[in-house]
Design a protein around this ligand. Structure first.
Ligand code: XMP
Length: 509
């Protein structure tokens, strides 16, 4: 099936965005680092070359076997990709006099080309480059220019299309149309990659791969593990054994609610309460990274303990999604130079000799939600905010005590339900409350108080890599603050966190 797109990554910050846009057009694609091209290329019907933080003028900048690849596939080359083709095929790339960043207006020079079919002059495109193509390679045709840059788009033999701007970013107004022209009109690909087709094919694949074997899966209540569980359940029924570990650091009532919800969905699920073990081992621990390590280890121990009770298990299923996969094979080592050591629920301990199965490993988060909707999973599960594996442990700054967990659960519950009641929950990417390790003076009735301070945090984001605080209505903040202080004993002050990421992070620890 030559219906997939091969995207070669030269380290651009936008590479994932290219893949998402291609998938939005219901065309399947995969990203590979430029230096790890798959051996079997028979699946692909088109090639896209990404941008890069490098300059083609650097001696050791990323290179590929262009002649071979361009002969195999119709190609769309973006920014660095376009410069690389220009330079390697006899054109010339220089440092530009004017650095072009941000919006520019496109003049289409060649009106008959398929790539810009249906796109009018002066459409806004988004630039981000400091090199420029001074001379086009031989046999190329100029397709478009801007006021400042002559060679903004060119093609070779109506098969290789090169763009200096970024069609994948949302600020390129007709970017999706340009990608569509390339994929559908030029490459003749099918738009058949839909959530329904994914569900159908994945269930068939899971059935034939797993057969009558047993599979275990650590459910966290989050979107990814839930969708993975339902897919597996549809494929193999009760041979899927789900384990839900209560680490005592979940939201208020979450353990029971999640169990109930999954029981209603007929999942074969066992809830196990290890809270006291977690509290005990976290006693006296103040350091955030140490907390994460302890929680990660305890999770694996408890999960292992429970899974050993199920006989003849062959597989461990995980809710890994595509960004995790790309990051681990990325050309640049991924963007996540360990700022915090994220522990993902369900990690495979070395001593568990199980094969891993990851039904969502080719999907982006928004696609996981679309697949979940196609599986009729409750909207409350699909729209759930992300919640960190270590849970409230990294929202209680400093030492964790059972009492402080209870206190924070109450506060968090008021905040989250408040967002839901006011219709704000879906507008926020993630929200939560943080229990600060300070006390401050207050007055209640005629009494002086000396109690804990809570910070509220609500952010908007697409992937958690960058985030900004949400401008929640003052009236809402006012009401929530009143409710918290009046209802939760031990709290006399509430503040709202107005820092963006970067330079702050979403969590406080
Ligand atoms: P930060 O605080 O790094 O958070 O800006 C980005 C996103 O990651 C979540 N997060 C974690 N998730 N284990 C997880 O599974 C962790 O240790 C962890 N730390 C942060 C955070 O909630 C946000 O969604």
């Amino acid at each position: 099936m030559q219906n997939s797109v091969l995207i070669l990554d030269f380290g651009s910050q936008y590479t994932q965005l290219i893949a998402r846009r291609v998938r939005e057009l219901n065309v399947y694609c995969e990203i590979y680092p430029f230096n790890k091209i798959p051996k079997d290329l028979s699946l692909y019907g088109a090639l896209i070359l990404s941008g890069s933080p490098h300059s083609v003028r650097e001696k050791n900048s990323p290179r590929i076997d262009l002649n071979n690849l361009l002969s195999l596939f119709p190609t769309l080359a973006i920014c660095y990709g376009a410069q690389l083709i220009a330079q390697e095929l006899g054109g010339r790339v220089d440092e530009s006099n004017i650095r072009e960043y941000g919006r520019a207006s496109l003049t289409i020079v060649n009106k008959n080309n398929l790539l810009f079919g249906g796109i009018a002059d002066n459409t806004q495109v988004w630039m981000s480059h400091s090199d420029t193509i001074k001379e086009l390679p031989k046999d190329s045709i100029l397709l478009a220019s801007t006021n400042d840059v002559d060679n903004v788009a060119y093609s070779i033999n109506n098969r290789t299309f090169c763009l200096q701007f970024h069609p994948e970013v949302y600020h390129t107004k007709k970017g999706l149309n340009i990608l569509q022209n390339f994929l559908i009109k030029i490459c003749n690909l099918d738009q058949s990659w839909t959530p329904d087709s994914f569900v159908k094919k994945t269930i068939e694949d899971l059935r034939s791969k797993i057969g009558k074997d047993k599979v275990i899966l650590g459910l966290s209540g989050g979107v990814d593990s839930s969708v993975a569980a339902i897919l597996l359940h549809k494929a193999i029924g009760n041979n899927l054994h789900c384990i839900f570990v209560n680490n005592g650091l979940l939201r208020k009532n979450e353990y029971n609610n999640v169990l109930e919800q999954y029981n209603e969905m007929n999942l074969n699920i066992k809830g196990v309460d290890y809270s006291q073990k977690f509290y005990k081992e976290l006693r006296g621990v103040f350091d955030p990274e140490m907390k994460r390590k302890i929680i990660g280890r305890l999770f694996i121990e408890s999960f292992d303990n429970e899974s050993n009770k199920i006989k003849n298990v062959k597989w461990l299923a995980q809710g890994t999604i595509y960004p995790d996969v790309i990051e681990s094979i990325s050309a640049t080592g991924g963007p996540s130079a360990t700022i915090k050591s994220h522990h993902n629920v369900g990690g495979l301990p070395d001593f568990m000799k199980l094969q891993v199965i990851e039904p969502l490993k080719l999907l982006f988060k928004d696609e996981v939600r679309r697949v979940g909707a196609s599986l009729n999973i409750d909207k409350n599960i699909l729209a759930r905010h992300p919640f960190p594996g270590p849970g409230l442990a990294i929202r209680i700054l400093g030492e964790i005590e059972e009492n402080s967990v209870k206190m924070l659960q109450e506060v968090d519950d008021i905040f989250i339900n408040g967002l839901k009641d006011e219709g704000l929950y879906d507008e926020v990417w993630q929200a939560g409350a943080i229990l600060l390790p300070v006390k401050s003076v207050g007055v209640m009735g005629d009494e002086r108080t000396y109690e804990k301070c809570i910070a509220l945090r609500a952010v908007e984001s697409t992937d958690g890599m960058t985030a900004d605080w949400v401008n929640l209505p003052y009236k809402f903040l006012q009401d929530i603050s009143n409710k918290i202080i009046n209802r939760v004993k031990g709290v006399n002050r509430v503040v709202y966190d107005i820092s963006s990421k970067p330079p702050a992070t979403i969590e406080w620890e």
